[in-house]
Design a protein around this ligand. Sequence first.
Ligand SMILES: Nc1nc2c(c(=O)[nH]1)N[C@H]1C(S)=C(S)[C@@H](COP(=O)(O)OP(=O)(O)OC[C@H]3O[C@@H](n4cnc5c(N)ncnc54)[C@H](O)[C@@H]3O)O[C@H]1N2
Ligand code: MOO
Length: 404
Amino acid sequence: MLSVEGYEAVVVSLAGLLPVDEVPLAQARRLVLAADLPALTSVPPFTNSAMDGYAVRAADVAAPPVALRVVGDIPAGASSAPGVGVGEAARIMTGAPVPPGADAVVPVEATDQLPGAAPLPAEVTILEAVAIGRHVRRAGESVRVGRVALAAGQTMTPGALAVAASVGYATVPVRRRPRVAVLATGSELVSPGQRLGFGQIPDSNSVLLAGLAAEFGAHVVLARAVGDAPEQFSAALSEALAGADVVVTAGGVSAGAFEPVRQAGLAGVDFVRVAMQPGKPQACGVVEAPDGGRVALLGLPGNPVSVFVSAWVFLRPLLAAMQGRRSDWRRVEARAARPWSSPAGRRQYVPVTLAEDGTCIPSHALGSGSHIISALHSADALAVVGEGVERVEVGDRVSVHLVG
Ligand SMILES: Nc1nc2c(c(=O)[nH]1)N[C@H]1C(S)=C(S)[C@@H](COP(=O)(O)OP(=O)(O)OC[C@H]3O[C@@H](n4cnc5c(N)ncnc54)[C@H](O)[C@@H]3O)O[C@H]1N2
Ligand code: MOO
């Protein structure tokens, strides 16, 4: 049996980096930056006020109260600012440029003037002393021009998009979204919502995999069920290969008599056993598309919890690598609030629900059984139980990988 890490390395090596497009910020959300972005402008671009008040020379107001002559108004967006000399002040608004000569800002509340809309006074009395630099935001104090503001590999979250905008970018170089086709195999499958005949079940794996692939940054081009007959699977695979960078299948990889992925005789696809539970039978390789292109194929076992776990453990790093992004787990430690057992020699991944007191419980009373789909919605994390551990007792510390 392969180790989880050993098989993950094989999977990640199946596909190369995706091509890069320069796209407007509004279209870059959740895509991955392909190059470092040096700041084109500093943030803030000019020294400005952090408060609505009066720009002053700190030395003038060291012994309040002090009356100063008001030389002008500086609203945010002002294209010029009057200089402030000894004994003078300028009314200034938050975000407006600090005028030449001034070195601090006194908030309006610390003057004899009322806050809010009011005519510009000829004179202001300052009631509190301020230190040099007080309520002043210096040019470049957040980011200096030329410094790397965002590094290659960064996912363009709303926060990252805002950083790119603030340092001067309207477009960013990002990797194209991986195109993923999902095929759930099984002659027992019917579309969700359809009346079930004898031996039939709703196809939940297509829905699950399409959702997970999208959350991992993919563009899902196809997601459907296909029967176990070899000719049905071959036809569906040709369709899937035509427009995808990755084809993910679910089911049909174990030891049964009707295993379409295994029986398709795909050159370049290996069938392996991985030391994990669930998710032991796996398949992967590179398959030639009808146009001669090379497409990564990831064959997951069909049990729904196996699909969920395998997608997190193998599909996510594959898609991340294609996008030039790291796929580290977000890990925390929790204490088991219920006992459960784990198979010897296999690393167990148990969907768990986290509680505010730092404990976790298997999301379903039946634990990590690979057919237990009905609690996946309440899984906050996967509890990871080491290969050498056969029993988790109440109070044991377990490492949990967040999947919420
Ligand atoms: N003799 C052996 N039998 C099995 C072994 C083994 O080593 N020897 N391994 C078991 C393990 S572990 C797993 S996991 C499964 C994997 O089997 P397959 O990948 O071939 O998957 P299927 O047999 O097609 O399906 C398994 C299970 O999942 C249900 N299923 C399948 N597709 C869907 C879907 N789209 N939506 C919802 N549920 C689905 C299916 O009905 C089966 O109950 O093999 C074990 N057997
Ligand atoms: O490996 Mo199977 O995925 O345990 O149920």
